[in-house]
Write a protein that binds this ligand. Structure first.
Ligand code: ADP
Length: 241
């Protein structure tokens, strides 16, 4: 598929299939098109050529917007929670509005999900009363509450203080183990290595390499990937974990 901003090709001949139950990590230098790619999958961006399909739904234009948004969840760098609502209501809202659940049904589901992300004790707090890591865990619970076919993460830990990164990665890893289909843009290399079934390495709007993480990180096929891995893992505790 293709995506241009004016004459600039943000995505150029990108071809990627994600299987049901697969966890795919999208990595690459800043500006390589990772965010643009995931935003095209849930119609936050339109695209100029090619096609995107999610579970047989053509993700093309506004006609498909409601269906796409119901089936494709997204977790953003900046949580994007409703500030005036409790954590519980943030998580329960969309299942009521979009899936037609009753408030008691949606609340029960939200409580179970907040339990799962370790926040049941904080469910009545508003986002402003929670740490960044806690807010992001609420945002993940909110995305899961819709029981999406596909869950997108766009740098979910980039806005967090370092000490909160791990708690969010742990939650994502837990979700990955449940057989969910995840497409994750991340700069956390050891996380990508541990959790992903495949790593997709992008540069300048193109996919340069797709490989299982062990292969990618220990024996990348291209010099560009090798240079990226070297830079991305330097000074970050290396590749351990
Ligand atoms: P990444 O997520 O890999 O950092 P992005 O997908 O955010 O990369 O951006 C890819 C390229 O597209 C970058 O060069 C960026 O400057 C450009 N770009 C992204 N959004 C816009 C926009 N709204 N208008 C113009 N250029 C954009």
């Amino acid at each position: 598929m293709e995506k241009r901003y004016g004459a600039f090709a943000a995505l150029d001949g990108v071809d990627l299939d994600v299987a049901r139950g697969e966890v795919v990590a999208l990595i690459g230098p800043s500006g390589s098109g990772k965010s643009t790619l995931v935003r095209c999958v849930n119609l936050l961006e339109t695209y100029d050529g090619g096609s995107v399909e999610v579970d047989g739904i053509a993700v093309r234009d506004d006609r498909h917007l409601a269906r796409v948004r119901a089936e494709v969840g997204m977790v953003f760098q900046q949580f994007n929670l409703f500030p005036h609502m409790s954590a519980l209501r943030n998580v329960a809202l969309a299942p009521v509005r979009v899936r037609g659940l009753s408030w008691p049904e949606a609340t029960a589901r939200a409580e179970a999900l907040l339990e799962r992300v370790g926040l049941r004790a904080h469910q009545h707090k508003r986002p402003g009363q929670l740490s960044g890591g806690q807010q992001q865990r609420v945002a993940i619970a909110r995305a899961l509450a819709m029981q999406p076919e596909l869950l997108l993460f766009d740098e979910p830990t980039s806005a967090l203080d370092p000490e909160m990164v791990q708690e969010v990665l742990d939650v994502i890893q837990d979700i990955a183990r449940t057989g969910a289909t995840l497409l994750i843009v991340t700069h956390e290399m050891s996380f990508a290595r541990k959790v992903a079934d495949r790593v997709v390495f992008m540069e300048q709007g193109r996919i340069v390499e797709i490989a299982p993480p062990e292969t990618f990180f220990t024996n990348p096929a291209t010099d560009r990937a090798r240079a990226f891995i070297h830079t991305a893992t330097r000074g970050r505790g290396g590749m351990s974990a």
